[in-house]
Design a protein around this ligand. Sequence first.
Ligand SMILES: [Fe+2]
Length: 250
Amino acid sequence: MRYLVLSDIHANLAAFEAVLRDVKHRHVGYDAIWFLGDLVGYGPEPNECVEQMRALAPAVSLAGNHDWAVLGKIDVAAFHDLAADVVNWTREVLTAENRAYLQDRPTQATVDDFLLVHASPREPVWEYVLDPATALANFAVMGTPYALVGHSHLPLLFVTNPAQPKERPRAFLVSPNTSIFLRSGLQYILNPGSVGQPRDQDPRAAYAVLDTEARTWTLYRTEYPVQHTQAKMRALGFAEPLIVRLQLGR
Ligand SMILES: [Fe+2]
């Protein structure tokens, strides 16, 4: 099976549509979509993005922390002020149907050897896996060879050998258009990066394709009209730092 793995769309429709177009142009092909959460928050098109996702009917579609904040399942006080403002705005504009879609999202899913969560295996909605020590703690509890995570908005890969529990996991920032071969016997935590708000200094939308037969993980990047999203944010009066960060990729 080939899975299109998306995460952290964050109400950025131009980025979301660009990814779907890029997948078609490259003829990468996939059998199903796995979405790792944060469909809304930060961006100006929450309803459009939820509707696009509903139309795609992904095999897995998880809740992220921003989705939960919009639903009131997480207190916005836990968020940066600028992010909280957009959470509050999203709450006001989200239609009842789209809110119901977010409400129904699970926080994790397991498909064969893959555990899917928004944030981390031990804290599915909240923890950032950014360093080998955090990855190590999560490798110990995940119970599967592979975990797919989003949340950090960075296309990171952590790998460890469970037969060598004292060795630190290795961490890589995955380059685009590079297929990583997933070796059996090792454990991996894989992040496809963010569609709608990349944070690795590369503003291009990120996504990944997982091929479970070839056992490959391939990251892709695609440009999108950042200025389209920014113009919509400005028209809605969103804070300037949230607008500028999209063109900087951070
Ligand atoms: Fe996010």
